[in-house]
Design a protein. Structure first.
Length: 423
């Protein structure tokens, strides 16, 4: 089905169409223009979260800043390693999805374990926050999806930073194997994501496994400068993601995940927007971003700025920052379709900024966090939230908060969703 017709059907299921909004930007700042992304400011490269000015700044600093040389070496080592790995595919897992089709992606819920009270361990029981290593085995597809997306990202970045076509060609080969080759391609659905042995063959929570595909979409933008993918292959990839958008909007599992009222709902909105923009379905992305105000921010952010449903988790600090990073991604994607989520607030003050201020109240004293948290030494999320918040609102206090965590999270300065900080 043509993508523009898919978009119409998806919109009808998501919500009524929203009025168009005009995007505004400071003079000289690159503008994300709907499904064209930053192409007009980036020599035709169609990225959405990876801003060309940030990429160019990082590229220049990698060449001159000695403090980033370890990160540069590590990035190129990952890309060089990827030249000898793969390709990856969903068809080589040892378990069969309930559908009977090996082309269907399959993973296991991360916090589910064999029941020690039963000889066969079935049905599995939940231990929130405790990862079962079985999920990362070749019985499932998660480890291959993670490796494929990490390698594609490393290769595409190495291609951008060095111009070496070997990296672009290998990234394209991985992409064609995973998405396009008839004998190895993944079907565009997550019907069997986060299955639980003895309970269910797939859950709505499995949609969140698709976060790895965001790396692929942004990497495809960098590969727009490479001859390693043909125009026909690029069109086929857009069709694949359009089909995934349709599945997310129409399938029982996709619609259940859309109805989630915690971090899963936020991630659903971010993911469907990213994939819709790549597929050329601008109206879908605009509708989701506009709906995000009343459907996510207003009910999920408390008047004090906390995220109450995330505070109930055994990893509440992690889930609070993890939810905000997805919301920030959607705010960036919303700017592509003229929706300002950065500065929206409800009548009683619930907003992304108030949620960020709440987290900033714990800057430098995360070990005093009073809610459940299995690992209070994890500061990656705090650094990202403060660094991106400092950029979004030109907030010097948040920049100072980010500085508290910069040294121990230096590798994140090559995370291209982060604005490069001033040395």
């Amino acid at each position: 089905m043509p993508r523009h017709l898919l978009a119409s059907g998806v919109l009808a299921l998501l919500t009524a169409s929203m009025p168009a909004a005009s995007a505004a930007a400071d003079s000289g700042t690159p503008v994300c223009e709907g499904s064209m992304g930053y192409a007009s400011a980036f020599d035709g490269r169609r990225t959405f979260l990876w801003r060309p000015d940030w990429l160019e700044t990082v590229k220049a600093r990698l060449a001159t800043d000695p403090t980033l040389q370890p990160a540069r070496v590590a990035m190129l080592a990952r890309a060089d390693g990827a030249l000898t790995r793969g390709p990856y595919t969903v068809v080589d897992k040892t378990q069969m999805p309930a559908s009977g089709d090996r082309h269907d992606y399959m993973s296991m819920g991360p916090y589910w374990w064999p029941d020690p009270a039963r000889p066969d361990g079935l049905p599995y029981v939940r231990r929130d926050g405790q990862f079962n290593p079985e999920r990362a085995t070749n019985a499932f597809d998660l480890s291959d999806l993670e490796a494929m997306s990490q390698d594609v990202q490393a290769l595409s970045l190495a291609y951008y930073f060095t111009g070496d076509e070997r990296y672009g060609a290998q990234a394209a080969a991985f992409i064609k194997t995973w998405f396009l080759a008839p004998e190895t391609r993944m079907n565009p659905n997550f019907n069997h994501g986060q299955a639980v042995p003895g309970r269910v063959s797939g859950r709505a929570e499995g949609v969140i496994d698709a976060t790895r595909l965001v790396r692929v979409v942004e990497s495809l933008g960098l590969l727009d400068a490479s001859p390693a993918l043909t125009d026909a292959e690029r069109a086929a990839l857009r069709d694949w993601f359009a089909a995934l958008v349709e599945w997310m909007a129409t399938s029982p599992i996709g619609r259940e995940e859309k109805a989630a009222t915690n971090n899963h709902g936020v991630y659903y909105d971010m993911l469907i927007s990213e994939f819709a923009l790549y597929a050329g379905m601008d109206e879908v992305a605009q509708t989701v971003a506009e709906r995000f105000k009343q459907a996510r921010i207003a009910p999920q952010v408390a008047p004090d700025g906390s995220l109450p449903l995330e505070l109930t988790r055994t990893r509440s600090l992690h889930y609070s920052t993890w939810t905000l990073t997805a919301a920030f991604d959607l705010a960036q994607l919303g700017s592509c379709v003229g929706v300002d989520l950065w500065n929206w607030q409800s009548a009683d003050g619930r907003s992304l900024r108030s949620a960020t201020r709440f987290m900033a109240g714990w800057a430098g004293r995360e070990t005093e966090w009073p809610w459940p948290e299995l690992d209070k030494t994890e500061t990656t999320g705090l650094y990202e939230v403060f660094q991106r918040g400092a950029w979004a609102w030109n907030d010097a206090d948040l920049a100072a908060d980010a500085a508290l965590y910069r040294e121990r999270n230096a590798e994140l300065d090559l995370n291209l969703r982060l604005p490069p900080y001033a040395p």
